[in-house]
Design a binder for this molecule. Structure first.
Ligand code: 6PG
Length: 509
């Protein structure tokens, strides 16, 4: 380092897909970044890209060959951002930074898809050594490069330092229309509009919110896939025909990033075979775990998210390819029906409405889960802000999130999104077609697990008396688990001596 080399604003560790793009985004916004990656090739690719994009301007990303050099290149107190795989790698780097001389007032920000409880533990573990802060990032490669949705949480002092940086690199929304303001040109970041970065709350809460975002993402993706399968297998439509339908749907209430990319995937032709690419892609879904964590959290907290759980199961079932192929030759389904063009159009419309209603339910489940978690952990989550920062940059960005924002603006204490007057009305208007779509698919033997679980969720949630009275009777019968009576005060427990003559009832003290 020469005397004249100015110190950098930010240290960045990890030059993988997300790290590289976040670093270039920071550089675009005028920040000087000292970058480090154990993999030299990745680091060089980042440095070359920065040099290319800066043209005749001085480079804004400086490569470092060790953690010690990284610290020496930064102005103090140091701000270091990590973009490394969730899990052990985060702690490994934190320990290396301690060894390299990081100080108590330095800040380390984890931007990976970490399990939120790990984040809570890390905040404690590194107390006194440095400030561990977290920021969950959504938006994939393009989002990271040109504007992601950011969910920061942790130490408020650290947030005051990081806030202007995150607000600069985040996706932006037009405050008037709620629509994303986008630029995909290196060196020309969007500087106006509302940034999709908002402080979520105490340590771990940002990663929890991102986890639920991913759970909703799983549900949303699965429901789109189910409508595709019905069109393919029930209506015999080609990938290109379905792409066209999705393209149309994307112009209305279903307008979203996931709808858009689904249409694009369906419209893509495989260059080797000349077939639609989607017909060549193996039907085995992968998963990295965030959907599973959401489903597990919903089960643990007793905040039902069946559509998210079904989406996780659907991926697991898809992975049983070998078994499914075998079963398809053994297990019978119903006879197939032929449809007229008019019937086909009706079915497509029903699928559209089903997708819309089921989507509302999936989001309702996700927001309900966040509310339950907030109550459990004492977080003050601002649901209006959460919906706002999901309007652009993230994978589940959709026109629909403006309506969710409006719903929580009306009432941040809303028990369930379905109870908001706008959404209650929407579902009541479209529900008949939702029922038809699920019934059609079921009668034809086409699985629509997520669409139908959302419908069952809706029907269960709106049912004043569920059959859990019989269930409580069963539990008391075999396990003396007791029950409450509808005609007695809340909390009073009763048990029937089921094996005694006359089955006497006793009140449990
Ligand atoms: C995002 C994505 C991103 C990633 C997830 C899901 O918000 O940018 O959710 O975090 O795509 O890890 O991955 P899986 O589908 O592999 O679980």
């Amino acid at each position: 380092m020469t005397e004249a080399t100015p110190l950098c604003d930010i240290g960045f560790i990890g030059a993988g897909v997300m790290g590289k793009n976040l670093t270039l985004n920071l550089a675009d916004n005028g920040y000087r970044v000292a970058a480090f990656d154990l993999d030299n090739e990745r680091l060089n690719s980042l440095l070359n890209q920065d040099a290319l994009e800066r043209g005749d301007q001085p480079a804004r990303v400086i490569g470092c060959s060790s953690y010690t050099e990284l610290l020496s290149r930064l102005s103090a107190p140091h701000l270091i951002v990590l973009s490394v795989p969730a899990g052990e790698a985060v702690d490994d780097i934190c320990h290396k930074l301690i060894h390299a001389g990081i100080r108590a007032d330095d800040i380390v920000v984890d931007t990976g898809n970490s399990l939120w409880t790990d984040t809570v533990a890390r905040e404690k573990d590194y107390e006194g050594k440095f400030i561990f802060f977290s920021t969950a990032v959504s938006g994939g490669e393009i989002g990271a490069r040109f504007g992601p949705s950011l969910m920061p949480s942790g130490d408020p002092f650290a947030w005051s330092r990081i806030k202007p940086i995150w607000e600069a690199i985040a996706a932006k929304v037009d405050p008037e229309t709620g629509e994303p303001i986008e630029s995909f040109e290196p060196g020309k970041p969007v500087t106006e509009g509302e940034p999709c970065a908002a402080y979520i709350g105490p340590g771990g809460s940002g990663h929890y919110v991102k986890m639920v975002h991913n759970g909703i993402e799983y549900a949303d993706m699965q429901m789109i896939c189910e409508t595709y399968q019905v069109m393919r297998d029930l209506l015999g439509m080609s990938a290109l025909d379905i792409a066209q339908v999705f393209g149309e749907w994307n112009k209305g209430i279903l307008h979203s990033y996931l709808m858009d990319i689904s249409a694009q995937v369906l419209a893509t032709i495989d260059s080797d075979t000349g077939q639609p690419l989607v017909d060549i892609i193996l039907d085995k879904a992968g998963q990295k775990g965030t959907g599973l964590w959401t489903a597990m959290s919903s089960l643990t907290l007793g905040s039902p998210a069946p559509t998210i759980a079904e989406a996780v199961y659907a991926r697991s079932l898809s992975a049983l390819k070998h078994e499914r192929v075998k079963a398809s030759t053994i297990l019978a389904g119903p006879d197939q029906t032929e449809f007229s063009a008019e019937q086909k159009n009706d079915i497509i419309q029903a699928l559209h409405d089903a997708l819309y209603c089921a989507k509302i339910c999936a989001y309702a489940q996700g927001f309900h889960l966040m509310k339950t978690a907030a109550d459990e952990h004492g977080w003050q989550l601002n649901f209006c802000e959460i919906a706002k920062i999901w309007r652009a940059g993230c994978i589940i960005r959709a026109v629909f999130l403006q309506s969710i924002n409006d719903a929580y603006e009306r009432n941040n204490e809303l028990q369930n999104l379905l109870l908001d007057p706008f959404f209650a009305k929407q579902v009541s208007v479209y529900q008949q077609n939702w029922r038809k779509a699920v019934a059609n698919a079921t009668l034809s033997g086409i699985p629509v697990a997520a669409l139908s679980s959302a419908l069952s969720y809706y029907d269960s949630y709106r049912t004043a008396v569920l059959p859990a009275n019989l269930l409580q009777g069963q539990r008391d019968f075999f396990g003396a688990h007791t029950f409450e009576r509808t005609d007695q005060a809340k909390g009073l427990k009763f048990h029937v001596e089921w094996s005694q003559p006359g089955r006497p009832m006793i009140r449990i003290k």
